[in-house]
Design a protein around this ligand. Structure first.
Ligand SMILES: [Zn+2]
Length: 496
């Protein structure tokens, strides 16, 4: 029996055990030889590693980070008094706005400093933050030192999510005008563990160099390489699979989908699994990692919805905070996530507030036995809701994350979009109206679906929705035009 066949269902919540995880690790030298991996060390030992790295990082920031050395001076912060990660609460939070105002000032200035190694001085690459939260992307520098640390991070995250050197990984992230971690790390991760990788190279066309491919070509590449893992943005992969069904391709080797970049709730996972099973796949692990530029990869699930593990707590300290006061929240409480870099030389951020509302646990994982912290689902089966997505609607705050989760669990939907609209689009003061645009799956009884959706929306948001049928899924989300599906659209004119 091949190794991939042997481990095919080990990810399942009712099959996974710490013993199976250890057996998997021992199958492959790249994982077995990683003896310093803190995942199974005690929490006390993990904290010791974090505290040691933090002190070194703070010293570097104090001397060589223009932003932090200035901040420490201005606020009279004596960093030598910050000895443990618990002391971090004495530091103010760093916001996206601070970072965006001058990303260069967060890069350590080590050039010309005696005793530094070449690895710490060379800029290996840059990536940029996704989305246009503030209108344009922000640069994140990686030195060679950082790139080596990323290889370690990616080996450790692959180890959690059952990626192996035997895999043939298909990088489904689109190519585009901005270097995002998705496309880049879906190359680095397979290479780091010794797997093979191919890519679709779809994406945003640049007419002067017409080098990108159409989705159908990408699908045939994934098929020809007998791909075992597909990595990409959740809604984009799903769209690719829907097209693959029309083309009746053979995906019988597929064993995992790394649905990244956005939430992939339970209903969406079930939908994707059903579709790839119709193309010959079995026991497919649909892995919804929680990734962001500032960790240059993603936290990883060992089993579906078991929580997203921090693969490398020696590199990153995560905490859940109150964004107003900077106070740390206890395990289980919701708040915004903040990251502190513990061993970087390029861009370094301390208590940097990510835009997501999440919750965390430090309990040992009952599935894999790891002792690293995990991000747990906040609403339904969704790990993170964006703070900007909390919407004031009909006078109450509603959580679109929960709404999306509920809608996706209904089934029978090819694409959908939640629109916060006005009953009279010309009258900004008319009543709010929740519109649900739905492109149904062919053959679905629309009357039944309408009833089910009505009930689901009522349950999640305590209000009714007007259903608008859309004939073509691409009228809601066209993967040739944008990277991600816009699931929530606030179409109400701003009130002045
Ligand atoms: Zn686990």
């Amino acid at each position: 029996m091949s190794r991939l066949k042997e481990i095919s269902d080990w990810w399942k919540p009712d099959v996974i055990t710490p013993e199976k995880v250890k057996k998997f690790i021992n199958m492959y030298p790249v994982f077995k030889n990683d003896v310093d991996c803190p995942a199974f060390k005690s929490q006390k030992e993990i904290l010791e590693i974090q505290n040691k790295n933090l002190r070194n990082q703070l010293e570097l920031c104090d001397k060589y980070s223009p932003y932090y050395s200035n901040l420490f001076k201005e606020q009279k912060i004596d960093v030598s008094k910050i000895k443990t990660v618990d002391d971090l609460e004495k530091l103010p939070l760093t916001t996206k706005m601070d970072y965006m105002k001058g990303s260069d000032s967060f890069k350590l200035k080590l050039a010309g400093v005696a005793g530094r190694q070449l690895f710490e001085l060379v800029d290996w690459n840059v990536t940029m933050t996704t989305g246009t939260t503030y209108g344009f992307p922000t640069v994140f520098w990686n030195t060679t030192h950082d790139e080596y640390s990323l290889l370690q991070f990616l080996i450790r995250s692959s180890k959690i999510s059952w990626g192996s050197p035997d895999d043939r990984i298909f990088n489904c992230f689109p190519f585009g005008p901005v270097p995002h971690i998705g496309y880049l790390r879906a190359i680095t991760a397979p290479l780091a563990i010794g797997a093979s990788v191919s890519a679709g190279h779809t994406g945003m066309a640049y007419p002067e160099f017409p080098v990108l491919r159409r989705m159908d070509e990408a699908i045939s590449i994934a098929e020809n390489h007998n791909s075992t893992i597909i990595m990409g943005i959740a809604s984009y992969i799903r769209r690719m699979i829907m097209r693959a069904e029309e083309l009746e391709v053979d995906f019988s080797n597929l064993r995992a989908i790394h649905a990244l970049g956005e939430p992939c709730p339970k209903g969406m996972r079930a939908d994707m699994r059903r579709r790839v099973e119709s193309l010959g796949a079995e026991d497919v692990f649909i892995h919804n990692g929680w990734g962001f530029t500032e960790c240059q990869g993603s936290l990883s699930e060992c089993t579906e919805l078991g929580g997203n593990h921090n693969p490398d707590p020696g590199l990153y300290f995560l905490e859940i905070v109150d964004p107003e006061t900077g106070e740390r929240k206890a395990d289980g409480e919701e708040g915004v996530a903040a990251i502190t870099h513990l061993n970087r030389r390029g861009t370094v951020l301390l208590r940097y507030v990510l835009g997501d509302i999440v919750r965390m646990t430090h309990e040992s994982c009952p599935y894999c036995g790891r002792n690293t912290e995990r991000i747990m689902p906040v609403s339904g089966s969704v790990y993170a809701t964006r703070t900007k997505e909390l919407v004031k609607f009909k006078g109450t705050l509603i959580n679109p994350g929960l709404l999306k989760d509920t809608i996706e669990n209904v089934g029978g939907i090819a694409e959908y979009q939640i629109v916060f609209a006005k009953t009279d689009p010309k009258d900004p003061y008319s009543m709010d109206q929740l519109v649900l645009k739905v492109a149904p799956v062919a053959g679905v009884n629309r009357k039944d679906l309408e009833k089910k959706l009505g009930n689901a929306v009522m349950k999640a948001a305590e209000m009714s929705a007007k259903i608008e049928w859309v004939e073509k899924p691409s009228d809601i989300y066209d993967p040739m035009v944008s990277l991600k599906a816009t699931r929530v659209l606030d179409a109400r004119p701003p009130l002045e």
